[in-house]
Write a protein that binds this ligand. Structure first.
Ligand code: ZN
Length: 110
């Protein structure tokens, strides 16, 4: 699930639904915009082509985009170990590695 969510975040970047700003992401999705809605559908269709069956519904894809845009609880960052893109719990106090590098429980940073 974490891997799929990170791939969706990558697709949002590729399709221009979010952009980088101030060390994080900012939403470029415009509510009510046909163009933004089309881009969200295209990003989800690309996700469908990568994974069958999918783990994340279209509705949860939308929720993920909103959560990334709020930048309160969820963000993206490079994995501390491999540098790959990962979703990051912004409230976590532990070092976070991506799904590929994760082995066992998270390692405390201090
Ligand atoms: Zn990693």
């Amino acid at each position: 699930m974490t891997f799929h969510a990170a791939q969706l975040a990558s697709l949002y970047l590729i399709y221009g639904l979010v952009g980088t700003a101030g060390g994080g992401l900012e939403s470029r999705y415009r509510v009510g915009s046909l163009e933004s809605g089309t881009l969200l559908c295209q990003a989800y269709e690309a996700y469908l082509e990568l994974h069958a069956p999918v783990s994340i519904s279209f509705e949860h894809t939308w929720f993920l985009l909103l959560a990334l845009a709020r930048r309160v609880e969820l963000g993206v960052a490079g994995c501390d170990d491999c540098g790959g893109l990962q979703l990051r719990d912004l409230l976590a106090k532990h070092k976070q590695t991506c799904g590929n590098c994760q082995q066992g429980s998270p390692v405390p940073t201090r």
